[in-house]
Design a protein. Structure first.
Length: 412
């Protein structure tokens, strides 16, 4: 009941914001993107394709907002801004000449009606899997929230391979356009071949989703393919950090079940030897996913290091304990970081508990990584802070990686 009241207040606030800033979204082609994974990458890629094709375009994503070529920080742990901030951004984008807006939209924003009054012309749902059950309470509620983006649109762009496709197909307004890696979709790698520097099937899905959108806008195949080939990816999304060493490091935002599994499957294909993963789980968020993610890591990674990821007011050790149950259930053996590492059985998987995230990254890079290995660090990606208690402290996984690689300090 309390959340319903809050959502009603959000709804009225959104209407007031639209009235205050003049409903500029109605004068632009707005592309709204939601889904469990791939929202930010697809948003950034769409922006890149439209920009490279000469369109006047702005975007608002998790990582940043770019309005008329000017970049703005969207803040800590935020995707879709509050209604007044969103409408202020939209008005600024319009006044700076943009006639296209690419907008990343979360299930929270859809449930809370934060985008009310922002007329979305083309809606994309990248995929749907278990996430945010702490907020939505049930998976059905989560799907229902996501489906709201499809109301009143001209085009609904849907993932034909997603197991929830039938549900969203029934909910969709406008013309339904599909993408996927299977042959039944409107846009596939076979029907629209492209070249990209991005790795992983999940990136192929993002590319095909963006292609489906831009073809409805009327861009040529040559313009789309050229932009895809020149797109370098998104900060903190399967981003390779150059090491100058004989092993590789990837940084990824993956903090959800499906995202972690996809990231690990992808780096396994890149690794010549071992896969080492460093991750945790956010405090005061979906507790159910913790052992599930642990089991995935214990199965797919050779070495797993469990650490902090925004513990908030929860005890980080309790969170790690919950993840560790899943890692152990996959058959991985726990080792003590203070003791010499003597691993003789190459068929077994191993894990460590290191609550301090910098220490965990140091351990992975300085103690474990060897020639041909891949180190995958997930959960924080592009974010610039870490929440302990109720305070956001400055934090960067990228800086932590460089510190582990280059600081002349005694090795952890």
């Amino acid at each position: 009941m309390l959340q319903i009241l809050k959502n009603y207040i959000h709804f009225l606030t959104a209407l007031l914001a639209v009235f205050f800033y003049g409903s500029k979204a109605s004068k632009m082609t707005v592309i709204g993107i939601t889904g469990t994974d791939g929202k930010t990458s697809t948003t950034e890629l769409l922006y890149h394709i439209l920009l490279e094709s000469g369109k006047k375009v702005s975007m608002i994503s998790t990582v940043r907002a770019v309005l008329g070529g000017n970049e703005y920080d969207t803040g800590f742990h935020v995707t879709t801004p509050s209604p007044f901030t969103l409408q202020k951004y939209i008005k600024k984008a319009y006044e700076l000449g943009s006639r296209f807006l690419v907008l990343e939209v979360t299930s929270h924003a859809l449930d809370q009606a934060r985008t009310t009054g922002t007329s979305i012309d083309i809606a994309v749902i990248t995929n749907i899997s278990h996430e945010h059950i702490d907020y939505h309470k049930t998976f059905e509620n989560y799907k229902e929230a996501k489906a709201k983006i499809l109301k009143g649109v001209k085009y609904s762009i849907l993932n034909a391979d997603d197991k929830n496709f039938d549900y969203f197909q029934k909910k969709a307004d406008g013309k339904i356009i599909t993408f996927g890696l299977g042959k039944k979709a409107d846009f596939t790698k076979e029907s629209f071949p492209f070249k990209s520097t991005l790795i992983g099937d999940f990136n192929d899905y993002n590319i095909l989703a963006a292609t489906a959108v831009t073809k409805q806008i009327g861009l040529s195949d040559n313009n789309i393919k050229s932009a895809i080939s020149s797109f370098k990816g998104v900060m903190g999304r399967m981003e390779e950090i150059k090491t100058g060493r004989n092993f590789r490091i990837f940084l990824d935002f993956a903090h959800k079940i499906n995202a972690l599994e996809n990231a690990l499957e992808t780096v396994k294909k890149e690794a010549k030897r071992k896969v080492i993963v460093v991750f945790g789980s956010a405090g005061l968020r979906d507790v159910i996913k913790r052992p599930i993610m642990g089991k995935i890591a214990g199965k797919l990674a050779d070495f797993t290091i469990l650490t902090a990821e925004d513990p908030r007011t929860e005890d980080v050790r309790t969170i790690i304990d919950q993840i560790a149950k899943g890692v152990s259930s996959a058959g991985a053996k726990e080792l003590d970081k203070s003791k010499p590492i003597k691993i003789t059985d190459k068929n077994k998987h191993f894990f460590w508990r290191i609550p301090d995230r910098q220490e965990a990254i140091n351990f992975a890079i300085r103690k474990l990584a060897q020639a041909g290995d891949v180190v995958l660090i997930t959960g924080k990606g592009h974010e610039k802070s870490m929440c302990y208690g109720t305070v956001e402290y400055p934090w960067s996984d990228t800086e932590a990686i460089h510190k582990a690689l280059h600081d002349n300090v005694s090795k952890t």
